[in-house]
Design a protein around this ligand. Structure first.
Ligand SMILES: CC(C)(COP(=O)(O)OP(=O)(O)OC[C@H]1O[C@@H](n2cnc3c(N)ncnc32)[C@H](O)[C@@H]1OP(=O)(O)O)[C@@H](O)C(=O)NCCC(=O)NCCS
Length: 184
């Protein structure tokens, strides 16, 4: 079963191995190349604290007991809701990023977040663009973004999933009976 959950300290070695891959770090914003195990452990602890404080989510993607990726949400520098995801190099090309990103979007919507959702990806990373396209995101604008694994800024796309429309909200409300009411 595929699930998103905080990564415990006991999985630090699997996490460290996953993020030590340059093909992963170079396409993320905040993972430098050549981190050590202590950095990875600190990152796990920071992320769990931030999730507990409701500031962001950056969970492990588990296929049963195996850590196959990570995904979550955060507020970007424009205070917009942004999602991010990465898949272990040995598990790519099987639809996992698409499923993980869909799970993040679903959790946000189920949690009552109805606003627009953004994602940013480097132009030399079209697989990420395809993931977003499959979820209904549309390219909104072009920018230059930083990666802790790249020198300087790199050309990037900003993609957007529209806010739920009033009509969409009404549909959702109609489909979901109010608490305590029966839909029989
Ligand atoms: C980008 C990444 C998340 C994709 O993960 P994945 O599990 O392989 O993604 P999925 O299998 O769900 O979907 C990938 C899609 O991209 C397509 N794709 C792969 N390489 C591509 C390329 N070079 N150009 C265009 N599309 C490409 C695949 O065919 C697939 O689309 P399809 O289902 O229509 O065939 C993964 O490569 C990764 O973790 N990269 C490093 C970190 C990263 O880039 N994170 C995203 C930061 S924005």
């Amino acid at each position: 079963m595929l699930q998103l959950k905080p990564i415990p300290d006991s999985d630090v070695d699997a996490f460290y191995e996953m993020i030590s891959d340059p093909s992963l770090s170079v396409n993320t914003g905040s993972i430098p190349m050549g981190v050590d195990r202590a950095w990875a452990l600190n990152r796990l602890r920071e992320r769990r604290e931030e999730e507990a404080a409701g500031k962001r989510v950056d969970d492990g993607l588990y296929d049963d007991e195996t850590l196959v990726g990570m995904a979550g949400w955060f507020y970007n520098e424009h205070d917009q809701m942004e999602i991010g995801y990465a898949i272990h190099k040995d598990h790519r090309g099987k639809g996992l990023a698409t499923r993980a990103a869909a799970m993040v979007v679903d959790k946000l919507r189920e949690g009552g977040y109805n606003g627009a959702i953004f994602a940013q990806y480097f132009k030399d990373n079209p697989a990420s663009g395809r993931v977003l396209e499959k979820l209904g995101f549309e390219k909104e604008s072009s920018t230059e973004g930083p990666s802790a694994s790249r020198v300087g800024l790199s050309p990037a796309w900003i993609a957007k999933l529209n806010a739920l429309s009033d009509a969409g909200l009404q549909d959702a409300a109609a489909a979901k009976p109010l608490e305590g009411q029966s839909n029989k």
